[in-house]
Design a protein around this ligand. Structure first.
Ligand SMILES: [Zn+2]
Length: 470
């Protein structure tokens, strides 16, 4: 019997008039979710038009048939994005024919489509074709296996361009951590409901405006993944490419395509909260505009180290307006020292020589930066208050507080409520921090008070608001 392994899809050949891509452009999904937005140079576009008119060989367009309804399909372009965009630009008078065509006919040179006479337009509309390979049998956009096969075809065609590890991970549409990373750090996005690419991603976190890094090879997505790894490990950890890839693979789910649920995880929330704080600290820096971020945040290892410092401070110290101001000044101070690279500044030299992403490097940098930060505080007579590590009053303390306050809600008394109504029964009573724990309030009897349920609730609501606003 012949050896004949089964294929996961079928391929049919078809010629498509190039005019179709313009006339029926809604039927083509030019940038599928796993693709990038990349732009051909004018020279490349003109060279394609030249080849078409000369009827030179042009590689086949690869199209996947995607079924959106019982009687409805769209054509997803797996390969050929740039060729089709060029054709669309030509039909809508955005580019002219190249002057190189003048040897075919002088009336073609440098002409827009609408300027051409009927005989040329007829030739273009009726004669010029792209050959296409139509892939069928993997048409369900909600089926992760189908999406992964399409992505796989795309990768294999891109081999010559060699995707980096993040670009590969980006294509793992069924990973819910990937979905989170793309949603909050990519420039572009994809609407699965409409099955359409979206060119502006309005969910992208503003944090990326304050850093001075490009995103042309998904640098922002890499950073976001590294922040998640840090939250996952609750501190400095291995941030190498392999760890990034594994983190995205680990969260592959059978029905993960388009799944947003990762946002609800604690690590995702922590990252967003820390990025909010970052943005809040630096958002008014005069250096910021549409093109420029903070020059101090150009290098990834620097950004990561400051991220680690910030989360450390937020976790263990009172971190409010004054502390944010100090953090901002410290970046300035540190950057000055860092850029001088003095021979006798061993901390800075050590920081720089550990700029890689291994667990060891990340940890050493984190230690050095903390050391320099706390020395800086001392030298400048700044003080930041540690949060008391003990959060809850113990039984003995609770009794002492209750006895001292005679079991009366202190807020009720303040508001002049009658003693009878201000009374809190022992079983309803929870000892409250007068100065909140999150603001450095100690868990000691002098900082405790009796509150009724009502006042306890209104106080913690207020506090929560002020925390989420940070
Ligand atoms: Zn009360």
């Amino acid at each position: 019997m012949p050896f004949n392994p089964d294929s996961k899809y079928d391929v049919f050949q078809k010629s498509i008039a190039i005019e179709d891509f313009h006339k029926y452009s809604e039927e083509y999904v030019i940038r599928p979710p796993y693709q990038r937005k990349n732009v051909w140079s004018k020279k490349k576009k003109k060279s394609l038009l030249d080849s078409l008119f000369r009827r030179y060989y042009i590689p086949n367009i690869i199209i996947r048939e995607v079924r959106l309804g019982e009687n409805e399909t769209v054509s997803e372009i797996i390969d050929g994005q740039q060729r089709i965009t060029t054709i669309q630009d030509f039909f809508s008078d955005k580019i002219r024919l190249p002057s190189s065509l003048k040897d075919l006919n002088s009336k073609l040179s440098k002409k827009y489509y609408s300027e051409l006479s009927a005989k040329f337009r007829r030739f273009i509309d009726k004669e010029l074709m792209f050959k296409a390979d139509i892939v069928k049998g993997i048409e369900d956009p909600t089926n992760p296996e189908h999406q992964e096969i399409a992505t796989e075809i795309f990768w294999r065609l891109q081999q010559g361009e060699s995707l980096n590890y993040m670009e590969k991970a980006h294509a793992r549409l069924s990973s819910i951590s990937r979905n989170f990373i793309v949603k909050f750090s990519d420039d572009i996005t994809f609407d699965y409901q409409e099955y359409k690419p979206v060119d502006e991603n309005e969910n992208k976190h503003k944090f990326f405006n304050i850093i001075d890094r490009k995103n042309d090879r998904m640098q922002h997505l890499m950073l976001m993944t590294r922040f998640l790894l840090i939250e996952d490990a609750d501190g400095a950890t291995d941030l190498n490419n392999k760890a990034v890839e594994e983190f995205i693979d680990e969260y592959r789910r059978e029905d993960g395509v388009g799944d947003d649920s990762f946002e609800e995880t604690k690590l995702a929330k922590n990252v967003i909260s820390n990025l909010n704080t970052f943005y809040d600290i630096f958002k008014d820096d005069p250096i910021l505009d549409e093109e420029n971020g903070l020059k101090e945040f150009k290098r990834e290892y620097m950004i990561i180290s400051f991220y680690l410092l910030l989360r450390h401070l937020k976790k263990h110290y009172v971190f409010e307006d004054k502390e944010k101001e100090i953090f901002k000044e410290f970046l300035n101070y540190f950057y000055n020292r860092w850029s001088k690279k003095n021979d006798d500044d061993s901390n800075i030299l050590n920081f720089i020589s550990n700029r890689q992403q291994s667990s060891n490097n990340v940890q050493i940098r984190h230690r050095i930066l903390r050391l320099i930060f706390f020395n800086y505080l001392e030298e400048n007579n700044h003080e930041i208050l540690p949060k008391d590590s003990k959060r809850q009053f113990n039984e003995a303390e609770r009794i002492k507080i209750y006895r001292r306050d005679n079991g009366f809600c202190q807020k009720c008394l303040e508001e002049g409520v009658a003693e009878k109504e201000a009374k809190v029964s022992w079983s309803d009573y929870e000892a409250d921090h007068v100065l909140p724990h999150s603001k450095g309030g100690k868990t000691e009897v002098f900082n405790g008070q009796v509150l009724c349920k009502h006042h306890n609730r209104t106080k913690s609501n207020k506090l929560e608001k002020s925390i989420t606003n940070n």
